[in-house]
Design a protein around this ligand. Sequence first.
Ligand SMILES: C[S@@+](CC[C@H](N)C(=O)[O-])C[C@H]1O[C@@H](n2cnc3c(N)ncnc32)[C@H](O)[C@@H]1O
Length: 294
Amino acid sequence: MDASSEELPEHVSENRRYWDQMAGDWVDRGVRCWEASEPWWGEFEIPESQVGMLPPDMSGVDAIELGCGTAYVSGWMARRGARVVGIDGSEAQLATARRLAGEHGADLTLLHGNAEAVPYLDGSFDFAISEYGAAIWCDPYVWIPEAHRLLRPGGRLVFLGTHPLVTVCSPLDGSMPVREQLIQDYFTIHRSDWRDIADDPGGIEFNLPISGWLRLFRDTGFVVEDYLELQAPTTGAEVHDYVTADWAHRFPAEQVWKLRRSGGDDVAQGGAHEVDEVVGVEPTAGVRVDPAGI
Ligand SMILES: C[S@@+](CC[C@H](N)C(=O)[O-])C[C@H]1O[C@@H](n2cnc3c(N)ncnc32)[C@H](O)[C@@H]1O
């Protein structure tokens, strides 16, 4: 089915519209990240040596980036030897990704689609990753089970997004940066609809309380291997997208989850696997873990 003609959930079509409109603002960052010799992560560009998102050797690993944007993370994985698929909802973002992948000679499969319903067979990948992609723009009760479906037993899911404390400290009018004040309820964090705010309207984001993430992982069949709360290495009043370095030095603005799909050996460090064909496959996607049942 054509990715543009499918019936999409409200948040997926809104985020597609929002990112098509914003893509031009993210080209420079994409260029810089593609040029980086070593990966760095998040708003404060913390080096891979401190965050450990990627296996050092990804030879023979089938990897997917969920919400790849300009696809520099996909590029980093390809450089480490992985066969990489990047999926993104925004054609405009993918246009930048395709151009930069071409300029850097990276052989990536870049797909226009929805990271909550990926057109690949069950167990097609050893490694799945998201940095501010599905991690914050997709409904966790849909995309976490979908990532689980895509992974082989023992496969890994690693993602980085905003810490729930950021949601709690975000003003309701969407103004930035986040405040040093508890504003929104913590226990009901799930869907933040930013379409009607005064400041930079648009987009629907997701997060969960930490206990909500843990229950979701357990019920989906993921084991938590590590959890990081990233700290800005410097202080300062300048705003990094939504937060100042002062804030992010005192409080965690970003979280990293490192998960392993239960069962099987550790396949994400390498090992050859047959790649399933993508064409004409109807995935068993759209599985939802019911939060009320947790
Ligand atoms: C901030 S970018 C993150 C990607 C990458 N790290 C980057 O900075 O270029 C967020 C991306 O998530 C994508 N996205 C949002 N919702 C999506 C969905 N349901 N399926 C696939 N991609 C999605 C957006 O189109 C956007 O390119």
